[in-house]
Write a protein that binds this ligand. Sequence first.
Ligand code: SF4
Length: 287
Amino acid sequence: MSAPAPRSQVADIARQARALLVQVRESRWTGFDPPAARSSPAGTASPDRSSAAASRHPSRTATAPERSRRAPAAITAAAPLVTTPMPAEPSPWNSLEQVALAVSACTKCPLHATRTKTVPGEGDAQARLMFIGEAPGADEDRLGRPFVGAAGHLLDKMIGAMGFPRERVFIANILKCRPPGNRDPQEHEVAACLPYLRAQIALIRPRVLCSLGRHAAHALLGRTDSLSRLRGRFFEYRGTPLMPTYHPSYLLRTPADKTAAWKDLRQVMHLLGQSPPERHPTEESEQ
Ligand code: SF4
């Protein structure tokens, strides 16, 4: 029978076991996938995302299956922000102007027949933050600009409260043409229009996306949970953190939920490295 291990050896083994446990725990909360190489030419797919990622984060990618094959899952708000993780994807457009031009001539879904103006989106081409609503309303359809009515006025306040002028973010919608009578977007319309938004996101490469309302969250995440279940936590959209929150139109009708919306925006600010004010300025509005 062998002699029992000396006390110091037992302590060593216990220390190593504890360290291993910490590593295993941390590997479950790795945050976002590593970005595809920014140097990938626009419009081409990254040749091998997993191997490129493995070379940068060997311990993380060795244990995690590639996320793009899974349905988007919520990620912890405290996860570290990986810089601009946008995978390249084939796109026929090389600039936001080209996307807007293609939208203006688009007849891919029946909404082209009833629109007054297309609403491709507007803002800073290098925005760190991008807001995505569902579709243009009557004012937007008339002016060709996103979020310009009462809901737009509240969105401006929300953006201002976050410390940004409107011109510093990019604002777009899932649909670029108004559904008649502001009805809900249809699945085939979303499918036809989404390539434009995807191209815009790939060109801008924002650090954070914020979807506004149920339809935008569902279209981007491919999930059908209620917005109250989705909001308040980050998901990953093609490598970029995405915070679903309430649509300003809903907040105008339901001011009691402005507190929750402000909590969501505060999380976005944290991720962007900004200090959020304590109180939520979205409470002051046209009620
Ligand atoms: Fe084209 Fe989108 Fe307008 Fe449909 S909603 S016509 S897909 S731009």
